[in-house]
Design a protein around this ligand. Structure first.
Ligand SMILES: NC(=O)c1ccc[n+]([C@@H]2O[C@H](COP(=O)([O-])OP(=O)(O)OC[C@H]3O[C@@H](n4cnc5c(N)ncnc54)[C@H](OP(=O)(O)O)[C@@H]3O)[C@@H](O)[C@H]2O)c1
Length: 350
């Protein structure tokens, strides 16, 4: 039996952290050896989440890089933006591999990060080594990565919906419009008024229109795919469900003669080697319920010959393919394991 890999989770008390704990407990090659938090330091994990009492006896600890490096060879940072900047450089120096779930290491240009997230960065050299953790586009680069900036949930669904179109030059890259809907867990476990049941239930509303922080992240990768800098129109909405995300993407086709079946064939070919992406048959559109609890992105599409636009729909679980499960998919790739090892591929239905 090969030795198991010792893994730490900083931010274990949060929504991303608790998914990681659950998934990694079931992973055949992993031992969880460190749980880190902030306000919950000193608290037993099963006090925070009693449903884990039969499986986890660890206590949440201060995320001190020396302690983590003594116990772990790989660390997930499921922390708010800005925290990884203070941890990743020291962890990498001590030999830990770092998979960061926040925005801190997603940007190739730190000036873009500074403009949208604020704060000064002194970790340019470290940030330069980071690989963007979207396996479907960067699998080869991820194999040897020591530092990974795992994508946001909106960028994951949006990029998987648009990548084949941009890469193959099938659309006018300046025409992309993304209308996205997220469940409330997208905001994390931290208390905020907008996530209260009385505020979020029974209503649907857009937020941060034309200024959501995931916009530059989507634009960075779209520009790379298109081979030219582009802006996209991105509008997120909060919907009254706990988890799940649906992206509806519109773009102008360059060749108005293309029909839905042509594009489905192109999407299927593009994602042939991608076990986490499932292209739906013609006329079938994805539902968030299908993706919940899984590491799968379901994609459906339709060409509207009247407007000469393509409409692509992508559904994921924001906490799974949009966050923690995808980070485990990345870990599997960096370790040379089959990339869906330990990751659910079927949800519960209904
Ligand atoms: N939620 C999503 O759908 C989603 C999707 C993709 C990416 N992300 C990103 O993933 C990261 C985690 O998101 P989440 O939703 O899991 O957040 P969350 O539920 O709010 O949890 C945040 C975690 O970080 C810990 N923490 C806070 N400040 C810290 C500090 N200074 N040092 C160490 N730990 C600290 C918290 O510990 P205490 O509770 O003990 O204070 C908690 O465990 C965020 O960067 C988020 O943007 C989230």
């Amino acid at each position: 039996m090969p030795q198991k890999v010792s893994v730490g989770i900083v931010g274990a008390s949060g929504y991303g952290g608790v998914q990681l704990v659950r998934l990694l407990l079931e992973h055949p090659h992993i031992d969880i050896t460190f749980l880190g938090a902030h306000q919950n330091n000193g608290v037993r994990f099963d006090e925070l989440y009693p449903q884990f009492g039969h499986r986890v006896s660890l206590v949440c600890e201060e995320p001190d890089p020396d302690t983590i490096a003594e116990r772990c060879s790989l660390v997930f940072l499921g922390t708010p933006n800005g925290v990884a900047i203070g941890l990743a450089p020291a962890l990498l120096k001590k030999g830990c591999q770092v998979l960061d779930l926040s925005a801190d290491y997603r940007f190739s240009d730190l000036e873009t990060y500074r403009r949208w997230y604020g704060g000064e960065r002194t970790d340019h050299e470290v940030a330069r080594t980071a690989v963007y953790g979207l396996p479907e586009l960067y699998r080869e680069r991820l194999r040897a990565a020591r530092l990974v900036g795992c994508p946001g949930c909106y960028p994951t669904a949006s990029l998987l919906a648009v990548a084949p179109l941009l890469k193959q030059g099938l659309i006018d890259p300046r025409s992309v419009i993304i209308d996205a809907k997220s469940g409330v867990s997208g905001a994390g476990r931290t208390l905020n008024v907008g996530s209260l049941f009385a505020e979020a239930d029974g209503t649907v509303a857009a937020y941060k229109v034309a200024r959501h922080r995931h916009t530059p992240e989507i634009e960075q990768i779209c520009s790379e795919l298109a081979g030219t800098p582009i802006h996209i129109q991105f509008t997120p909405h909060l919907v009254p469900m706990v988890r799940g995300m649906l992206v509806t993407l519109y773009a102008q086709l360059r060749d108005p003669g293309l029909v839905s079946e042509d594009l489905l064939t192109i999407f299927e070919a593009f994602y042939r080697q991608c076990p986490a992406v499932h292209i739906l048959p013609s006329g079938v559109y994805p539902q968030t319920k299908w993706a919940n609890g899984t590491n799968i992105c379901y994609i459906g599409l339709e060409v509207d010959p009247r407007t000469e636009r393509v409409v692509v729909l992508a559904a994921i679980d924001n906490l799974m393919k949009g966050q923690s499960a995808q980070a485990i998919q990345v870990m599997n790739i960096t370790q040379g394991w089959p990339e869906m090892t330990g990751l659910p591929q079927m949800g519960f239905y209904p």
